[in-house]
Design a protein around this ligand. Structure first.
Ligand code: HEC
Length: 172
């Protein structure tokens, strides 16, 4: 009987010691536990202050998309040489594989489209208001195959491409 009591006492002591050691380890360990993640204790720290302009309230994609394409204009002029040069570079990044090096729609990728990419030096494109061109490039052509590139090309870069395209003139 005494033996059994001794054994129980020893097991209890070992158990309590193990529990104490684990608790101490838990409380002093450097890394967090799953139950202590910010996910279950939100707002204990002040929310980080957002950088100004993170949430647009005067311009940005949604305003451009809903703006009247006939009067839509960029915030900067489109006849600056640097703007046009950057537009040329952007054309090579984003358009040339479909619209081709001669802007006539004979790009390698463009050949697999039906209808094929249009001629960017056609009278239609060259006389189209810049805001309409912006809408076609950004949100696609309704029922057409021009891809919507709003999430691919930055807003200002889209305007620069338009600046460049407008310098090409109507094909003679
Ligand atoms: C993945 C291929 C592809 C890419 C990339 C592409 N386009 Fe197009 N684009 C097309 C196709 C196809 C059409 C014909 C659309 C239609 O009529 O349905 C088209 C039509 C157009 C039109 C209308 C032409 C017309 O005759 O009315 C313009 C303007 C245009 N693209 C500009 C651009 C510009 C600028 C870029 C680069 C920012 C670009 N596209 C990138 C495939 C592409």
């Amino acid at each position: 009987m005494v033996r059994i009591l001794c054994a129980v006492a020893i097991v209890t002591i070992i158990g309590l010691a193990a529990f104490g050691a684990i608790t101490l380890y838990d409380e002093t360990m450097q890394v967090g536990r799953m139950w202590e993640t910010p996910a279950i204790r939100p707002h204990e720290e002040p929310l980080p202050v957002m950088a100004g302009g993170s949430v647009p309230y005067s311009d940005g994609e949604i305003f451009l998309r809903t703006a009247d394409p006939d009067t839509l204009k960029p915030a900067f002029g489109l006849d600056d040489a640097q703007t046009i040069a950057q537009g040329k570079l952007n054309y090579r990044y984003f358009c040339i594989h479909c619209h081709g090096p001669n802007y006539d729609g004979y790009g390698t990728v463009g050949q697999s489209f039906a209808p094929k990419p249009g001629d960017l030096r056609s009278a239609r494109v060259q006389t189209l208001p810049i805001g309409r061109l912006f809408h076609e490039i950004s949100y696609g052509i309704p029922n057409g195959r021009q891809p919507a590139l709003a999430t691919t090309i930055a807003i200002d870069d889209r305007w620069r491409i338009i600046a460049y395209i407008k310098t090409l003139g109507v094909r003679p």
